[in-house]
Write a protein that binds this ligand. Structure first.
Ligand code: UDP
Ligand code: MG
Length: 342
């Protein structure tokens, strides 16, 4: 690729972000002035219920570099990112949040590493998480530790989010991955290639509220772990084996003890604790099985991860008309929606 004349697609998933989109575009214009001829902004409206899409369409009138991929409903950030991966045409892609928690000026450094050092996957690392609460820092630290311990081949760098630049070859590799469980932090690390992390201080949201809570984060962590490791499934054979060995030893002990001292009736407490302990071990292991089985069901059903209902802006001209189906998504109705643009 000729990196003299390159195009970087800034991909920005938005869900109910009417307070932030305008500020985002203004800040990007200002901070990325020096590479503005090489930039396009691709917003993915993830089924917002407010007027986010309308605001983006208004901004498109003044700026012909802005495209909008509108999903048919809220599919989640991972799905929104997958849609953009499938559709954008840039030589590189930068994933960014619209709330300016991913500082736009860092994109200059990403682009420099990509063009000058030949790095294919440049990601931001949150070096200072003082904005986060102590509990959030601890739980997320725990997650990275557990994930990297359990996943033997794909390691994700601690405190790296989705904020990153990836080269076209990484995009094309990711487009081939057919799984429905889109744990993007893991998927971004999966293709390998030359990778580099750059530290930054993550500021607070400019406006609006985070879309996450602890319950969602917990489920997200389960998605990540189950998508990249089958150790939680296999570990039960070892736990079962270990308990079996202990049980046999205990049996021998009881046998000898009874032979020597005769039958003793008491034992209610130890019996109860053994039953309760084993019962809970069994329930946990069935639960783990359920986690995997449920996700297996999702994969087997093979439903699309996202459905695009409309594309506007420059991207519309480049995306094939009619209905198109990629390994993980469906893009419909382009014919009807984009007639005027083609
Ligand atoms: N987002 C999305 N779909 C969702 C939830 C969030 O596209 O269902 C977008 C959101 O608009 C924002 C980004 O994902 O641009 C990150 O969301 P948020 O700021 O809530 O996450 P946090 O920064 O708190 O991790
Ligand atoms: Mg945010």
């Amino acid at each position: 690729m000729d990196k003299q004349d390159y195009l970087v697609s800034l991909v920005v998933p938005c869900y109910n972000e009417h307070e932030t989109v305008e500020t985002f575009v203004k800040t990007v214009d200002e901070k990325l002035e020096s590479i503005k001829d090489h930039l396009e902004i691709v917003f993915v409206d993830d089924g917002s219920k407010d007027d986010t899409a309308a605001i983006i369409e208004r901004l498109q009138k003044d700026d012909e570099r802005i495209s909008l991929i509108k999903l048919s409903r809220n599919f989640g950030k991972e799905a929104a990112m997958s849609a953009a991966l499938d559709l954008v045409k840039g030589d590189a892609l930068v994933m960014m949040d619209v709330d300016l928690q991913d500082p736009p000026e860092l994109v200059l450094e990403f682009v420099r590493c990509w063009r000058e050092e030949g790095v294919d996957n440049v990601y931001g690392i949150r070096t200072d998480r003082s904005q986060d609460t102590e509990t959030k820092r601890m739980t997320s630290g725990g997650f990275y530790y557990v994930f990297n311990k359990l996943s033997s081949r794909v390691k994700i760098p601690s405190n790296a989010g989705d904020f990153r630049l990836i080269d076209r070859k990484v995009i094309d590799t990711l487009k081939q991955l057919p799984e429905r469980n889109r744990f993007m932090k893991g998927l971004f690390a999966w293709p390998g290639f030359v990778s580099k992390g750059i530290g930054y201080k993550r500021p607070e949201r400019v406006a609006g509220k985070t879309k996450w809570n602890y319950w969602k984060l917990w489920n997200f962590a389960l998605d990540g772990i189950s998508g990249f490791s089958s150790l939680p499934l296999r570990v039960w054979s070892y736990i079962g084996g270990a308990i079996g060995v202990l049980a046999i030893l205990y049996m021998i002990f009881i046998f000898i003890k009874t032979a020597i001292t005769g039958v003793e009736v008491p034992g209610y407490a130890s019996l109860m604790s053994a039953i309760l302990f084993l019962g809970s071990v069994q329930l946990i292991s069935i639960g783990v099985l359920g986690e995997y089985l449920g996700r297996l069901g999702e994969e087997v059903k093979g439903r699309p991860v996202y459905v695009v209902s409309k594309i506007t802006g420059p991207l519309a001209k480049q995306v094939k008309n009619g209905m198109s189906v990629t390994p993980v998504g469906v893009t419909c109705n382009l014919d009807a929606e984009n007639k005027d643009q083609n």
